[in-house]
Design a protein around this ligand. Structure first.
Ligand SMILES: NC(=O)c1ccc[n+]([C@@H]2O[C@H](COP(=O)([O-])OP(=O)(O)OC[C@H]3O[C@@H](n4cnc5c(N)ncnc54)[C@H](O)[C@@H]3O)[C@@H](O)[C@H]2O)c1
Length: 338
């Protein structure tokens, strides 16, 4: 009877489970926290809330009484050792996400995206080796695609320091699985968007600043010729993938791309955003040199492996996702603009 119930309602396994989310006040972490709290999990968020990054207390305002919040830095091994004990699941999302910042301040990127990841895994090995881990990796580590869509066998040639350090973070999670049997999975996320993303600048995603400009009556700025192809996932779909990665045994020790078949040029994306908004302008502007130097050209991913291993497919189409995103910032933008 219990087996049948778990098979029919796999998410019910999370009820009363202790879950730690690093980067829990960030864009994706907070959305994940909301879903897990609704599923009855006992959720603890760790976040440093450093202003340069995507953490924002507005992201968790509606669930503040349903989660524990620990304002700590993942670079603090003592704090992390305490936080990791007694948890059933770790969703490891804390990260420095700006590609440009990783070039101007590479050592901070190293500390957060690589060294801290290693010390988290050391804490897991010593104090909680039975925990289940899902790590948020990135498609950035492929670099400039040599073929499309990019699958997991594509060569790894990062074009920036962030890509190298995220690769190290991912590599540590896989190594600790192979050598110590730690049950970790890695998802390589593509451009993720939705309510709660950082919109005050382009540090997390260019779509964020586009939304801010549009809702403040300014033209959206598209770099270069705007023909670069990208795929996008709405944040709810990414949360689904993270949760299924944590629950499926077949995902342990695996690295999987997320992605979408709705591939769009950036100029088309700007047009769609303006159309969904019901007005506004966009314009082509020259690529800033520091961005051009690390641009990856066209990218879209093959996400068949995640479909096979997780039963995952993205379900929110781009227009619907953009509509929900704009609606959110029309209402709550003041908490995110500055
Ligand atoms: N959003 C995307 O399009 C995307 C794409 C690929 C990969 N990812 C990965 O997904 C993860 C989550 O990204 P996001 O979009 O939610 O970004 P985000 O910036 O909103 O979330 C990251 C969170 O980590 C926190 N953080 C940063 N450094 C920290 C530290 N030293 N200690 C504790 N907390 C710290 C930030 O305050 C922030 O709340 C990141 O690891 C990122 O690399 C995101």
């Amino acid at each position: 009877m219990i087996d049948w119930y778990l098979r029919e309602n796999p998410l019910s396994q999370l009820k009363d489970k202790r879950v730690l989310i690093t980067g829990g006040c960030g864009f994706i972490g907070s959305m994940l926290a909301r879903r897990l709290a609704h599923l009855g999990a006992e959720v603890t968020l760790v976040d440093s809330l450093i202003p340069l990054y995507g953490g924002n207390l507005a992201n968790i305002a509606d669930i503040r009484d349903k989660v524990w919040l620990n304002i700590s830095d993942v670079r603090d091994p003592h704090a992390m050792s305490e936080l990791i004990r007694h948890q059933d699941y770790l969703f490891n999302l804390a990260g420095q996400t700006s590609h440009v910042d990783s070039m101007t301040d590479p050592f901070t990127d190293l500390e957060i995206n690589a060294t801290a990841q290693l010390s988290i895994l050391e804490a897991v090995r010593k104090f909680n080796p039975g925990i289940r881990i899902v790590f948020a990796s990135t498609r950035q580590l492929y670099g400039r695609p040599q073929y499309l869509p990019v699958d997991e066998k594509h060569p790894i040639v990062p074009v920036d320091v962030n890509g190298i350090h995220k690769l190290a973070g991912e590599g540590y999670h896989m190594l600790y699985h192979k050598v110590y049997g730690i049950a970790s999975s890695c998802l390589r996320l593509t451009n993720t968007y939705g309510p709660g993303m950082r919109v005050k600048d382009a540090r997390q995603t260019f779509l964020g600043i586009w939304v801010k400009l549009l809702l403040n009556g300014q033209p959206v700025k598209v770099f270069g010729d705007g023909l670069q192809l990208r795929d996008f996932n709405y944040v709810d779909d990414v949360v689904d993938a993270l949760i299924h990665a944590a629950l499926r045994d077949g995902a342990i020790g695996e690295v999987m791309n997320l992605g979408s078949d709705e591939v769009t040029g950036l100029r088309d994306l700007a047009q769609r955003l303006v159309a969904v908004n019901g007005g506004g302008d966009w314009e082509l502007v020259p690529f800033p040199p520091e961005r051009k130097a690390i641009d990856i050209g066209d990218y879209y991913g093959n996400w068949k492996k995640a479909h096979t291993l997780l039963g995952w497919s993205p379900v929110i189409g781009l227009d619907e996702g953009l509509r929900r995103t704009l609606a959110y910032y029309r209402k709550h933008g003041a908490l995110y603009w500055d």
